[in-house]
Design a protein around this ligand. Sequence first.
Ligand SMILES: [Zn+2]
Length: 224
Amino acid sequence: MTQESLLTKKEILKMMAGFRRFRERFFKGEHSVYEDLSTGQSPKTLMIACSDSRVDPAILFSSSPGEIFVVRNVANLVPPFESNMGFHGVSAAIEFAVVNLQVENIVILGHRQCGGIRSLFQPDAIRKGGFVQQWMSIAEEAKNKVLQAHPHGDLDQKCRECEKTSIVTSLENLRTFPFIDSAVKERGLQLLGVYFDLENGHLSFFDDMTQNFRELEISKVHNT
Ligand SMILES: [Zn+2]
């Protein structure tokens, strides 16, 4: 494909114009952001987020290049540790972040209106026996907890609760990885669950003490 024909496609043209703005911002000047980053990366946080187009962590947290190491998948799930050698893409990224990059925090970022979570309650909406269904079985336990706690809740409430409960399941699954367990004990690696409600723009975090999600008081957050 030639550049001329490539740039006739509206969506592609929009992306390339976006890249031009990105370059002007991060490659310009004597000491550009990428001048430092061209020698390597040292992000302090590993973020596990959903692939949903509305919850890009770098945009949500106004991060600069090199600041967060991001893994995105359907419904921001972490599978439990497995010793068989399969194609464990998520586990490989987690291992690289913890063992090689020595990140200080792992954040599981869940969100409202998660299509992956919804599929647990509406299995007909996805391909039977497909990849999504198999992947979402990681959150089966979270779904059962929600059904037990809210047997009469409507679909919306069940989804909302399960979006949060599955974050807790993923936090528990993180601890099943031996190298995470030892990094928590030996160097204070922090594990954090965060929930973004895209309907009202609120952010909550999982409080270990109360075992509940608490809304972040934005007015108390100051610029660094
Ligand atoms: Zn999602």
